[in-house]
Design a protein around this ligand. Structure first.
Ligand code: LLP
Length: 414
């Protein structure tokens, strides 16, 4: 079955009519499929998975992914607080810091989360803290990848991780303070184009691990890609596991009991499950270019504007209309760069048609903003039996502004 045939466009159109637009819809069956596929890999090895909740942190989504036995990967203290809603065992919350403040560090230490530290200056402050015993360190493996330069984190010049040349200093520092580095971590980028790069980065970490005498786990990061265009080959995670397994099996031989390997994908779990539904509000030609204007934009899905990311856009009200046209799909934000799709051949659109922007489950709602003081989209979960429920209601325009003015503490001047 092709990807197209499996998409319940009729159902999505119905949901768009019931809840209005803009609305993010997530298919629970796809989330489960992605969880099952990943957790089914590496079954003979002590491999565990963490969900990088930055991809989509709606509590109902986190809960769904947690059901598969997946832990939590966080990158801010706010995300840590959110994950504390889902577990009593805060040690299973992995917190990869990035210019963390002393206050955030102290709170994380007292919560007992697993801190992953990415610079020597922060590592020293951590070791100096009287209540600490152990942590993980993030290493820059000097091999990067990603769907765009802005999401390549393993490049030697990127801001992330402790560079290989300073590893020895990190180890010496732990000895000086009589503390332990029990884990090492690397994340080379998001939307990895060459799965081989992930294997290479894994080998780099395994080799460097010899420098760390107290190691209990290694975290190889996330980055598993999503096929957004018909030209993108779907990521064959089972094949990836086949390549990685012998590497890990060999490594495991020299490890103590209880040793664990982690991966921490975000996009993998949720990108393909999500659709951003919007309604056609405007149709016009600007001499050479035909525009469809919709009731969403870069404030709800910033990926096209920020990374020139391509998302499939389908007219789900008239998916099979005989006449086709080329359109630019424009958002409703006051910026020329607010274009969700360029030069798309699609059925001739009418005002009021609903469009589905596909594969929008990851880094959609979490990157949404209130720019132009717009309201956020609603979010809906769609279950395989056709039922659905709102997992984040839409605020009216009036309530959005009222809440904003109140949050600012402003009271009417006249
Ligand atoms: N671990 C760390 C330390 C990360 O920084 C990230 C993503 C992940 C795991 C999960 O990566 P994933 O498996 O989702 O590729 N906004 C961009 C993606 C930025 C990813 C940032 N870090 C986008 O929309 O493509």
């Amino acid at each position: 079955m092709t990807k197209e045939e499996t998409v319940p466009f009729e159902k999505l159109n119905e949901i768009g009519r019931i809840y209005g637009t803009p609305t993010y819809v997530y298919r629970q069956d796809i989330i489960k499929r992605q969880c099952d596929r990943l957790t089914g890999c590496f079954s003979n090895l002590p491999v565990k998975f963490l969900y990088a909740i930055k991809a989509n942190d709606n509590p109902f989504i986190i809960e769904e992914i947690k059901k598969a036995g997946v832990g939590f990967d966080t990158v801010s203290y706010e995300e840590v607080i959110l994950c504390k809603e889902f577990t009593n065992n805060y040690k299973e919350i992995f917190y990869t810091e990035n210019s963390m403040s002393d206050e955030e560090m102290t709170k994380s230490i007292h919560d007992g989360v697993t801190l992953n530290i990415g610079s020597l200056t922060r590592l020293e402050r951590f070791f100096k803290h009287p209540d600490t015993t152990e942590c993980c360190v993030r290493i820059n493996p000097a091999i990067g990848d990603g769907h765009h330069a802005k999401v390549n984190t393993g490049d030697p010049e990127s801001k992330f991780g402790i560079r290989i040349g300073l590893i020895e200093d990190a180890v010496q520092m732990s000895k000086r303070y009589n503390k332990k580095i029990t884990g090492i971590h690397a994340h080379i980028g998001s939307g990895i184009k060459e799965p081989d790069n992930l294997i290479v980065a894994m080998r780099v970490l395994l080799e460097l691990s010899e420098e760390f005498p107290d190691l209990e786990y290694i975290n190889f990061g996330g980055g598993l890609p999503t096929p957004y265009t018909a030209l993108d080959a779907p990521f064959d995670v089972e094949y990836f596991a086949e390549l990685a397994e012998p590497v890990l099996k060999k490594d495991l031989k020299s490890r103590p009991d209880g040793f664990t390997y982690f991966f921490e994908p975000g996009r993998w779990f949720i990108a393909e499950a999500g659709y951003l539904l919007c309604e056609v509000q405007t149709i016009k030609d600007q001499v050479e270019t035909e525009y469809i204007g919709v009731d969403t934009g870069m404030h709800h899905l910033v990926r096209p504007a920020l990374y020139e990311a391509w998302h499939r856009i389908v007219n789900i009200t008239h998916p099979d209309s005989a006449k086709e046209k080329r359109y630019n799909i424009a958002g409703n934000i006051c910026e020329s760069g607010d274009i969700l799709g360029f030069d798309r051949l699609m059925p001739e659109a009418s005002i009021g048609d609903i469009l589905a922007i596909c594969d929008a489950g990851a880094y959609g709602m979490t990157m949404a903003s209130a720019y132009n003081r717009r309201s956020f989209p609603a979010e809906v979960m769609l279950y395989p039996n056709g039922t659905h429920k709102v997992i984040r209601p839409r605020l009216t325009a009036e309530d959005t502004v009222k809440r904003f003015v109140k949050d600012c503490g402003y009271t009417k001047a006249f």
